[in-house]
Write a protein that binds this ligand. Structure first.
Ligand SMILES: [Zn+2]
Ligand SMILES: [Zn+2]
Length: 195
């Protein structure tokens, strides 16, 4: 068993092992560049993989990205299978019936947007993982949450409760005066940058 030192070498070796599985169902996996990387929709989209069509790439080769936020090698290879279905379709039909036909034939299940291995394919993939050896990766722990609203700098009038959000560039001016009560408003949230 080869010990892969980069995620790309592991992913490309995985593609080679997956080719016969697709081949057995009559599908040819096109040449594809596969890397560990974020999707263009960003980490907060929750998307764990992305496949680009040949026409998106100057060398006319499909490009696939597998999110670094995935932890287990199984999730990685499961996502890779999903993206390879897109590559076979050259991303022509998104998750439409053409995609579904390939996915179901391969033994995938679930809503097509997130279709993954059904029980039988799962077993096959687990066997492939033994051949592949460890995925040389550490799960990237990225917060999926937006910075909490409660921390945004804002000002509030203690008398009437009037509130306004503050723009960062004007924080140094200090809290404004309530237009109604003409008193200094209270600074709430994160004013750290200026005060
Ligand atoms: Zn998809
Ligand atoms: Zn007021």
């Amino acid at each position: 068993m080869k010990q892969h030192t980069t995620r790309e070498s592991w992913l490309l070796a995985a593609v080679e092992l997956l080719k016969p599985l697709f081949g057995a169902k009559g599908y040819v996996v096109p040449e594809a560049l596969v890397s560990c990387g974020f999707t263009s929709t960003g980490v907060r989209s929750g998307h764990i993989g992305q496949c680009w069509s040949k026409r998106s790439s100057s060398n006319e080769i499909n490009q696939i990205f597998i999110a670094p936020t995935l932890e287990s090698p199984f999730e990685v290879i499961d996502t890779l299978v999903h993206e390879l279905v897109h590559a076979i379709d050259d991303c022509e039909h998104k998750h439409g019936k053409e995609f579904k036909k390939i996915a179901l034939k391969m033994g995938m299940k679930g809503p097509m947007r997130s279709a993954g291995a059904g029980p039988e394919l799962k077993e096959t993939l687990n066997a492939l993982l033994l051949k592949l050896g460890p995925y040389p990766h550490g799960q990237l722990k990225v917060s999926m949450r937006k910075s909490p609203r409660s921390n945004r700098p804002r000002a509030k009038c203690k008398t009437c409760g009037y509130q306004v959000p503050m723009l960062k560039k004007f924080l140094s001016y200090g809290p404004p005066i309530c237009p109604k009560d003409k008193v200094d408003m209270e600074a709430l949230g994160d004013w750290e940058d200026s005060i």
